[in-house]
Design a protein around this ligand. Structure first.
Ligand code: DQA
Length: 148
């Protein structure tokens, strides 16, 4: 069972970036927690981070060996038809996550172009959003594998 974790733009700056909103954990720390949980859940994870929309599209297009995607599209959540179309094209279930609760923030952040093609969305639990998202992705992946 394999899950691809995708971190979008500026998430490489976690820890120092707007810590009042995104918290003080670095991306490395979040990734370490994800790896630990993945071992407990019995799933393999690959983790990538990119600041480039087209590169994220390329990763999604090449993700056919994965059973689920866990994605924080960051700012592309609100702008990227290309990432939305890539998720729809590959037909791999995707869990969309956000550290902050995007629905409580500026109006431009309240709309997700990704949500309609995601299996579900987890938003507002800080780094815990990633761990909740991984549990959700593992459970969807298990269900998908069981039915194929
Ligand atoms: C974010 C929310 C986005 O609006 C923002 O552009 C981000 C991070 C979050 O995890 O809360 O970069 O996806």
């Amino acid at each position: 069972m394999k899950i691809l974790v995708i971190h979008g733009p500026n998430l490489n700056l976690l820890g120092t970036r707007e810590a009042d909103i995104y918290g003080s954990q670095t991306l490395e720390e979040i990734n370490a927690s994800l790896k630990k949980l993945s071992a407990d859940l019995g799933v393999d994870i690959d983790i990538i981070q990119s600041n480039h929309e087209g590169e994220i599209v390329d990763f999604i297009q090449k993700s056919d060996s994965f059973h689920a995607l866990l994605i924080n599209p960051a700012a592309y959540t609100h702008t990227s038809i290309a990432i939305r179309d890539a998720i729809a094209a590959v037909k791999i279930p995707a869990v969309e996550i956000h550290l902050s609760n995007i629905h409580q923030r500026e109006e431009f952040r309240q709309k997700s172009l990704i949500a309609p093609v995601a299996h579900g969305q987890i938003s507002g639990f800080g780094p815990e959003s990633y761990l909740l998202g991984l549990r959700a992705a593992a459970s969807i992946a298990h269900a998908k594998k069981g039915s194929s």
